[in-house]
Design a protein around this ligand. Structure first.
Ligand SMILES: Nc1nc2c(ncn2[C@@H]2O[C@H](COP(=O)(O)OP(=O)(O)OP(=O)(O)O)[C@@H](O)[C@H]2O)c(=O)[nH]1
Ligand SMILES: [K+]
Ligand SMILES: [Mg+2]
Length: 425
């Protein structure tokens, strides 16, 4: 097994830069360049010298023992002054060191997984945590990372193992007398978990949206004030505005954070019939993006674009108009904060159905497990005759749960999961 190393902190100039080593030689290499090792988990200040004895930096040295580190292996950390020259010199020194090599993307985490320090779901949670940009994203990632789904899965698995064992007992003892009728309990477990898996799977779509960010489209005819509203939301001049109808052609994206939710507002071309080739491309893009968005804000109704459930209908330019709709004046700013609150509330409301499952991979696994259990429910209708099939289907659901947490079939999934990791994680 190689000893791997990488810069664990971000590239570039910073107060501190941390180089992490993991593997069988991690401690020996640390001792060779930074003097005698302190006890594990005790930080000491040391000169870090290259092979000629030249001091590269004055560092904080920290070690972790195998079995009590992030990767499960011996680990050493060099806390360097975060200068580009220092980190480069230290990385070059380690690259020249026999038995050491630069880690691949995600390799530290992969070792943690292989050594049983984390399961697959926790690895996904860690990736989400590192990618999190808003508070709600951080909370969701933290819940996955800290094992919410993993422990739920453990519980489900225990229940299903019991259900399968009960059914199998009726097969094994078929000729003898069975002490009691076990099927009501089995039916109960299977029915309960079917519902639970379906409910969990249904929440994933919105959890995915929270990770990728919600899109909210500003829609209306030309000159309705969409671009002026976008600028008011941004509090700066993002979009060109004018009293000329057809000013906006491309879709403009504005990333915002509304009460911890990642929300991208889309300013779009005013929707109308037009002979102008470029404008008509803009209009069809506006329609497409409006269709796909999580929420639409209509500055004025559009005849052939139906508003859906939560979509918001504005009374735009409320400083010069009266009528129905949520009053907004992008010009004076009146109503803009209230509109953002409303958008935040609507999107937050959609997250209430998010459970412990948050990735498409979880959704697929839980839906598949639910299908096995539905089949088992059918078998149980005729339990005396079809006990064997019922047991098989319950076992099928168990093995899907095992794949979910990476107990089996991990290799197939690793490439995909680790593709999102950076070097040093
Ligand atoms: N009085 C008033 N005028 C506004 C308001 N919002 C926009 N306007 C004016 O309405 C005109 C059109 O504004 P835009 O923001 O360019 O409208 P748009 O919907 O983006 O137009 P297109 O990009 O052409 O589809 C400009 O002259 C704005 O100054 C408002 O709240 N009050
Ligand atoms: K305009
Ligand atoms: Mg515009």
């Amino acid at each position: 097994m190689d000893t791997i190393f990488a810069l664990a902190t971000a590239q570039g100039r910073a107060g501190v830069g941390i180089v992490r080593l993991s593997g069988p030689d991690a401690h020996a290499v640390a001792a060779r360049y930074a003097g005698p090792l302190p006890d594990t988990r005790r930080a000491v200040r040391r000169p870090l010298r290259d092979e000629r004895g030249d001091v590269l930096d004055d560092i904080l040295l920290l070690t972790f023992g195998a079995g009590a580190s992030f990767t499960g292996e011996d680990v050493a950390e060099f806390h360097l002054h975060g200068s580009i020259a220092i980190t480069n010199a230290v990385l070059a020194l380690l690259a020249r060191t026999e038995g050491c090599r630069l880690a691949e993307a995600g390799e530290f985490t992969r070792r943690a997984l292989e050594n049983g320090c984390m399961d697959l779901v926790e690895v996904e949670g860690l990736a989400d945590l590192i990618d999190a940009e808003t508070d709600a994203q951080r909370r969701q990632a933290m819940q996955v990372y800290s094992g919410g789904l993993s422990s739920r899965t453990e519980g489900w698995r225990d229940n299903l193992i019991r259900a399968a064992a009960l059914v199998e007992a009726t097969i094994d003892f078929a000729d003898e007398e069975i002490p009691e009728n076990v099927f009501p309990e089995v039916e109960d477990i299977v029915a309960r978990l079917t519902t639970e898996f379906q409910r969990e799977a249904a929440g994933v779509a919105q959890a995915e949206r929270l990770r990728s960010g919600f899109e909210v489209a500003l829609i209306g005819p030309p000159n309705a004030g969409k671009s002026t509203l976008l600028n008011a939301i941004a509090r700066r001049d993002v979009a060109i505005t004018s009293d000329i109808a057809g000013t906006t052609r491309d879709v403009l994206e504005l990333r915002t954070d509304i009460n911890g939710l990642p929300v991208t507002f889309l300013d779009t071309a005013g929707i109308r019939e037009t002979d102008d080739t470029v404008e008509s491309i803009g209009v069809s893009r506006a329609r497409q993006r409006a269709e796909a968005a999580d929420l639409r804000i209509f500055l004025e109704p559009i005849a052939d674009l139906e508003a859906r459930g939560d979509d918001i209908r504005l009374l735009a330019k409320s400083d010069i108009r009266t009528g129905d709709g949520f009053p907004i004046s992008a010009k004076t700013g009146a109503g803009v904060a209230a509109l953002l609150d409303k958008v935040g509330q609507i999107l937050q409301g959609r997250l209430q159905h998010v459970g412990a499952a948050t990735h498409l991979r979880h959704q697929i696994a839980l839906s598949t497990a639910a299908e096995y259990l539905l089949a088992a429910q059918e078998d149980l209708v005729d339990a005396e005759l079809r006990a064997e099939l019922a047991a098989q289907n319950i076992r099928g659901a168990i093995s899907v749960l095992d794949t979910l947490v990476g107990r089996i079939g991990v290799e197939d999934l690793l490439g995909e999961i680790f593709s999102s990791f950076c070097i040093g994680k």
